[in-house]
Design a protein around this ligand. Structure first.
Ligand code: G1P
Ligand code: ZN
Length: 546
């Protein structure tokens, strides 16, 4: 395959809907399969990167339907656009955090992550593409805006005609002057994990007969990573990792690690025979859920507990500079930051807002309520990292998850927290609901024994880049510190999804053991009243509660 191929310039016309959302461009597979749809978006990315020629890129995805096909197209377009070297995971597989790590490790110019994260896959499921920049993180809004602008005026794309590269074989494949390297997707990531955690202590824990755990890879990309690290390197019993083979349609499930979609795992963690530790990850391996015997750790608490235990973890001891959380995430992490005397930043939803803070060394840990936790080791959230971090905490403290939670709440107080999602709403109805929530006058209003002390639409100015972002969610904060936040999802592909985030603080250790939905009952009722959800949409209850 060494003959010289001249790039073909193909004329095309724009699609109007290629605006990247919270996390890249996500659409049904059938949309991506339209002639030129994928090519237009990829060319719009190259057109937004003025100095990409001669550079290195990383490409990989979560293995969902259309992954391998899309990679072959991107390889031929990258070649035609002058990219010199491309690293691709074998079979086109790379978890999102692994892409981030490879970009950083190889000082690549950037990378393409092919995934629609936790959205269902298959021929009738979703597909997605996210461009990550040289720091390993998602493109900032300034770049995604440029990509969108370019996609609206595109008139041609470049591609070379070439046979497919064999993605199943480790080695190189030459496309003109472009060298495509097919690499082991797991090795570099596993080495990074070993450099951060006390593998000896974790291994002792996993081999001990009175510790039983399960990791549910949800038929998605983390399977090979978890099997290699937990079972092969750390010696967990075979079978610890379940649903470990990545499937194109994830076996028909939503690969989303939350109590609704990982119900089997949740069931195994309950009752007298409950396992000691349970965890799951999502389609592309950046999300995580942490469970103990009869204990569920909210992602917001997980971030706080991770930060509070940094002194026990080799990669983090003595170097906590700050914490960042997305605005709708509970304020549990703020309490840890205050106690440690470090800042806590509140950013808009989406990992792309953490990048500048991480690059500037202003934060060590970041997290979102949507089952995302991570640190400065990469520039994405990282599911398996969070699981290993928790295992390291358990190995050092030898305490059950429930006790770690209870002690944390005793020290810092408990932030009761829940998110209620109303999916597939009519878009105009959802927009009207948000508009009225924003414009009604709530400040100073009294509801029961609570008064509204703040009501706004969250806006953010990045402390490093000074980039301003507005319209990031309606906040209603009460005199006792309780809070509700309303926002529309930016990752859905059909209709609108309304997310309602509810929380209240409970400092009294005697009152920290209430069921979350009971503890938040008054706020839940109030949130429905204020927004008029039922009257507007006919929905009495949410579709998903996390
Ligand atoms: C959702 C989550 C957000 C996360 C994103 C990508 O976005 O809420 O925290 O960063 O998925 O995983 P949303 O659909 O709310 O815009
Ligand atoms: Zn994901």
């Amino acid at each position: 395959m060494h003959e010289s191929r001249v790039p073909t310039v193909v004329s095309t016309s724009p699609f109007a809907d290629q605006k990247p959302g919270t996390s890249g461009l996500r659409k049904p597979v059938t949309v991506f399969q339209q002639p030129h749809y994928l090519e237009n978006f990829i060319q719009s990315v190259f057109d937004s990167l003025p100095d990409h020629e001669g550079q290195t890129l990383v490409i990989g995805g979560d293995g969902r339907f259309f992954n391998a096909e899309a990679i072959q197209v991107i390889l031929r377009m990258a070649c035609a656009n002058g990219i010199r070297r491309i690293l691709v995971g074998r079979h086109g597989l790379l978890s999102t955090p692994a892409v981030s790590h490879l970009i950083r490790k190889h000082r690549a110019y950037g990378g393409f992550v092919l995934s629609a994260s936790h959205n269902p896959g298959g021929a009738h499921g979703d597909f997605g593409i996210k461009y990550n920049i040289g720091n390993g993180g998602p493109a900032p809004e300034s770049l995604t805006d440029t990509i969108f602008e370019n996609s609206r005026k595109i008139s041609r794309f470049r591609i070379v005609a070439a046979p497919h590269c064999d993605l199943g074989r480790i080695g190189t494949c030459q496309l003109n002057n472009t060298e495509v390297e097919i690499i082991d997707p797991v090795a570099d990531y596993a080495e990074l994990m070993e450099s951060l955690f006390d593998f000896k202590a974790i291994s002792d824990l996993l081999k001990s007969p009175d510790f039983r755990m399960r990791f549910d890879a949800m038929n998605a990309v983390t399977g090979p990573y978890a099997k290699t690290i937990l079972e092969d390197h750390l010696g967990a019993p075979k079978g610890t990792v379940v649903n470990a083979v990545p499937l194109q349609d994830f076996g028909g499930i939503h690969p989303d690690p939350n109590p609704t979609h990982a119900a089997d795992l949740v069931a195994a963690m309950q009752g007298a025979t409950a396992l000691d530790f349970g965890a799951a990850s999502d389609g592309d391996g950046d999300r995580n859920m942490i469970l103990g015997a009869n204990a569920y750790v909210t992602p917001s608490d997980s971030l706080a507990i991770i930060a509070a235990h940094a002194h026990l973890i080799p990669g983090y001891a003595g170097r906590l500079t700050g914490i960042a959380r997305s605005m709708p995430t509970s304020r549990a992490a703020d309490r840890v930051a205050a106690k440690q005397g470090v800042p806590c930043f509140e950013t808009p939803t989406g990992w792309k807002f953490f990048g500048t803070l991480l690059d500037a060394g202003m934060v060590t840990f970041c997290g979102e309520e949507s089952f995302g936790t991570g640190s400065d080791h990469v520039r994405e959230k990282d599911g398996l990292w969070a699981v290993l971090y928790w295992l390291n905490i358990l190995a050092k403290t030898r305490m059950p998850v429930s006790k770690i939670l209870a002690e944390h709440w005793q020290t810092y107080g408990r932030d009761y927290y829940s998110r209620h999602d109303y999916e597939n709403l009519d878009i105009a109805t959802a927009n009207a609901l948000m508009h009225d929530l924003k414009t009604q006058s709530l400040n100073g209003k009294v509801f029961g024994n609570r008064t509204v002390t703040m009501h706004d639409d969250f806006a953010y100015s990045d402390p490093v880049s000074n980039q301003a972002t507005s319209g990031q969610g309606i906040r209603v904060i009460f005199s006792d510190g309780a809070r509700m936040v309303f926002r529309l999802s930016g990752t859905g592909t059909s209709g609108a999804t309304l997310r309602v985030y509810l929380e209240r603080f409970e400092p009294n250790p005697q009152a920290q053991d209430i069921d979350t939905q009971d503890a938040l009952k008054e706020l839940i009722i109030l949130s429905r009243e204020i927004s008029g959800i039922e009257a507007r949409t006919g929905r009495k209850t949410p579709d998903v509660i996390t």
